[in-house]
Design a protein around this ligand. Structure first.
Ligand code: 6PG
Length: 246
């Protein structure tokens, strides 16, 4: 699917203010979707800024009018490690957010772990099957991080995963960022989102963010360039991450 929307940048002085704004916007989006009768599917991500966001959402949740029984959670990518590993994006989100809110396990769709299936390929195939079985068609909001190398989810520069077509998910091996084995949504999967929200904080992300948003550049070099939401693509940045933008 071809990218459909031009990205928009929202930047804030500090990571704390940024996370507060994203938390409000996400709670609003979930409430609005529920008010029109939808059960929104939210794509979660791992990483440091996501961890801050999860804590902030958990803190604000009691005051929000979200019906947590009517939200479905997925991950854009996952590390292929045992289910109890603290390396798992899902572990972190559960600890900081989902367990705190008491979300029904039936609405939390984790990528199968290395103690549950034999290979990352099997895990990716099983996750795609779960998506189909759950009636997933798109994310209401898909949260993504970006690495200093420009990767997003587990789509790394120059990696074979960038070229996969005709599948929603894929196994990744030899990831330059440890752990080496992972499962990721493909570009085709990631683009099934009304809103794609990238979160980036800190000086270390400034170059990758500038490359992702530059007029020219390649997806092979900066994979984050290749993901756009159907309705919007928002880059939520703190001042350090936005430092090299024109
Ligand atoms: C992972 C993540 C990855 C992450 C970015 C940003 O498995 O590492 O899924 O895509 O979101 O690398 O991570 P940081 O915010 O920690 O830099």
């Amino acid at each position: 699917m071809t990218p459909v929307t031009a990205p928009r940048v929202v930047s804030h002085e500090s990571a704390d203010v940024l996370v507060g704004d994203v938390a409000s916007a996400l709670l609003d989006r979930i409430e609005t979707a529920q008010a029109r009768g939808d059960v929104p599917h939210v794509g979660l991500t791992g990483g440091s800024i996501a961890e801050m966001l999860h804590r902030e959402l958990a803190r604000r949740a009691p005051d929000a009018s979200v019906d947590w029984a009517r939200v479905v959670f997925w991950w854009g990518d996952e590390r292929f490690v045992p289910s109890d590993s603290s390396d798992r994006n899902a572990q972190q989100a559960r600890r900081e957010l989902l367990d705190v809110l008491g979300v029904d396990p039936a609405n939390i769709h984790e990528v199968p772990a290395s103690d549950e299936v034999a290979t990352a390929e099997e895990s990716a195939a099983s996750y795609a099957e779960t998506l189909r079985a759950a009636g997933w068609t798109s994310f209401e909001v898909l949260l993504l991080g970006i690495g200093p190398d420009g990767h997003t989810a587990s789509l790394f520069p120059g990696h074979p995963g960038l070229d996969i077509r005709g599948a929603l998910t894929a196994a990744v091996h030899d990831s330059p960022k440890p752990p080496p084995d992972r499962v990721t949504f493909t570009f085709e999967g990631l683009q099934q989102a009304r809103s794609v929200w990238f979160l980036a904080s800190g000086e270390g992300k400034a170059d990758a963010v500038a490359r992702a948003l530059a007029e020219d550049g390649s997806v092979a070099e900066t994979p984050a360039r290749g993901v756009r939401g159907q309705d919007e693509t928002v880059w939520w940045l703190d001042a350090d991450a936005a430092r090299l933008l024109p």
